[in-house]
Ligand binder design. Structure first.
Ligand SMILES: Nc1ncnc2c1ncn2[C@@H]1O[C@H](COP(=O)(O)OP(=O)(O)OP(=O)(O)O)[C@@H](O)[C@H]1O
Ligand SMILES: [Mg+2]
Length: 474
């Protein structure tokens, strides 16, 4: 789009085209001249103008018809009619038809100058509003993700540039950092946006069943296989397969997955006949995959195959500048769903929310806000509504801020301190829920799986299991 506003002049008198054209250029317009109505319509079919000065009486197509045509071809273009036979009636008629104004000939150039100035100003104002708006939306929201700080901006930028070309992608990041949102964005921004997006959770299913889930089976392949069945790979043919929690994938399935990616074919279990599949694969994990590779738990060839394009989402604590915007979005969303008039959080509440530790990242923040929204009854969420839902999170933040924590940091190092605090937080949550892990996970803003992983890491599983003697998920 040209930086200058565009004026279209339509008149069968060459002299007018020339004089007005020169005048308008001096006033800062780009000028298109048309010698009659027919030429004007042809021009308008190809270019847009901001203002049109149209003579009423022309031999081929009259000014009122041009005015009507502009209304449909270029509705944001304002039209001013000109004529040597101006009457009050024809002026009224023109304005009724949508003209902005009506100029009598011979033209009063002072009035014309005023008119051009007004239109130019309007156009500039509208453009700058549009620019600011698109700038704001570009910065804040991208494919359903909120992120204002440089870390998320870079992710948005990478997504926009890589998604059109990615056949495989790997998304890493702690629990609740938005990996699933990124996976969806990859698909939506890519060439397969209109095709299927099939999600497979690699940790949800028992291993043997999982293989058949992914690759399918033929009748009689194993007990219970009473029919031929296509796997999710085949289902996603032509589209995208999202392998969530890929770090949990068992070794035999890793090998088959690699083969499917490299050869573009799968074998249903029990069948020797390979089937061709054309699938884009997006994988996500909250494990540190390079470390899993180093420990021999994840095949390096599969890792490199997936890692061609990779994104790592930073934990929320490393992008606190996003927190106020996330809060605003969550409050708005929640208030809408609950039919409440909430408009945001108090300044003190926001301070507490931006300084909390958020081990469960964005998901946890969202949960805390949702609970506070349910409790709040005024326009603002205050510290009072936050206290219960934030209790666990803030305990950690307060400990971190205290001087004893500083000494601890010196002795233990940051990551060990954080682990120690996280462990303590989990123990406390389990204490509060009397060992109920589902409740505790909710309290911590973690998914149940994420809690189990931490229990495992902190060697807490036995303690809990003994206390509650409830069974672990498969
Ligand atoms: N940038 C963001 N803007 C808005 N909402 C977000 C953002 N990131 C995450 N969320 C929200 O946080 C929640 C968790 O996101 P998501 O499920 O994508 O995380 P995840 O990384 O896949 O977590 P997990 O490893 O536990 O599966 C969702 O409700 C999601 O909508
Ligand atoms: Mg997820």
């Amino acid at each position: 789009m040209s930086a200058k506003p565009v004026l279209l002049i339509v008149d069968d008198e060459a002299g007018i085209l020339e004089v007005v054209g020169r005048f308008a250029r001096r006033t800062g317009f780009d000028v298109l001249s048309c010698n009659g109505g027919r030429e004007a319509l042809a021009t308008l079919a190809q270019t847009k103008a901001d203002l049109a000065l149209v003579d009423v009486r022309m031999p081929d197509i009259g000014g009122l018809d041009v005015l009507r045509a502009i209304g449909t071809l270029n509705p944001s273009c304002q039209v001013v009619l000109m004529t040597g036979y101006a009457t009050v009636e024809s002026a009224v008629e023109a304005v009724k038809l949508g003209a902005r104004d009506y100029l009598a000939k011979p033209l009063n150039f002072r009035r014309l100058e005023q008119l051009l100035g007004d239109v130019r100003e309007q156009v500039e104002r509208r453009r700058s509003v549009l620019e600011i708006e698109s700038e704001l939306t570009k910065r804040l929201e991208f494919c359903g993700m909120i992120g204002r700080g440089p870390a998320m901006q870079e992710i948005f930028d990478l997504l926009g540039r890589l998604a059109p070309h990615a056949r495989t992608a790997l998304i890493m990041g702690e629990t609740g950092t938005g990996k699933e949102l990124v996976a969806h964005a990859f698909h939506r921004l890519g060439p397969r946006r209109d095709r299927r997006f099939v999600t497979v959770n690699c940790s949800a299913v028992v291993e043997t069943l999982f293989e058949s889930e992914l690759f399918g089976h033929v009748r009689g392949a194993f007990t219970g296989a009473t029919q031929n069945k296509a796997g999710l790979f085949e289902l996603a043919d032509g589209g995208t397969l999202f392998l969530d929690e890929i770090g949990e994938l068992q070794a035999p399935v890793q090998a088959k997955l690699l083969r499917a990616l490299e050869l573009g074919e799968v074998n249903r279990i029990g069948s020797l006949q390979p089937r061709h599949v054309d699938v884009h694969v997006i994988a996500a994990t909250n494990r540190n995959l390079p470390a899993e590779v180093a420990a021999g738990r994840f095949r390096s060839d599969l890792y490199y195959r997936l890692n061609i394009i990779h994104l790592t989402l930073p934990p929320l604590g490393a992008r606190r500048e996003d927190i106020p915007y996330l809060i605003a979005a969550f409050v708005k969303d929640c208030a809408g769903r609950l039919g409440k008039t909430l408009v945001g959080v108090s300044a003190a509440a926001e301070r507490r929310l931006t300084s909390a530790a958020w081990p469960g990242n964005v998901r946890q923040l969202r949960n805390v806000i949702e609970r506070a929204c349910i409790m709040a009854d005024g326009d603002l969420i205050t510290e009072r509504e936050l206290t219960t839902s934030l209790d666990e999170v803030l305990t950690q933040a307060r400990t971190l801020g205290s001087s004893s924590a500083d000494t601890l940091t010196g002795a233990l190092g940051d990551s060990m301190l954080l682990s120690a605090l996280e462990r303590e937080q989990i123990v406390r949550a389990l204490g509060r829920t009397k060992g109920n892990k589902k409740e505790a996970a909710r309290l911590l803003g973690l998914s149940r799986r994420a809690l189990y992983r931490r229990l495992d890491r902190f060697a807490l599983l036995d303690t809990v299991t003994r206390r509650r003697s409830d069974s672990l998920p498969a």
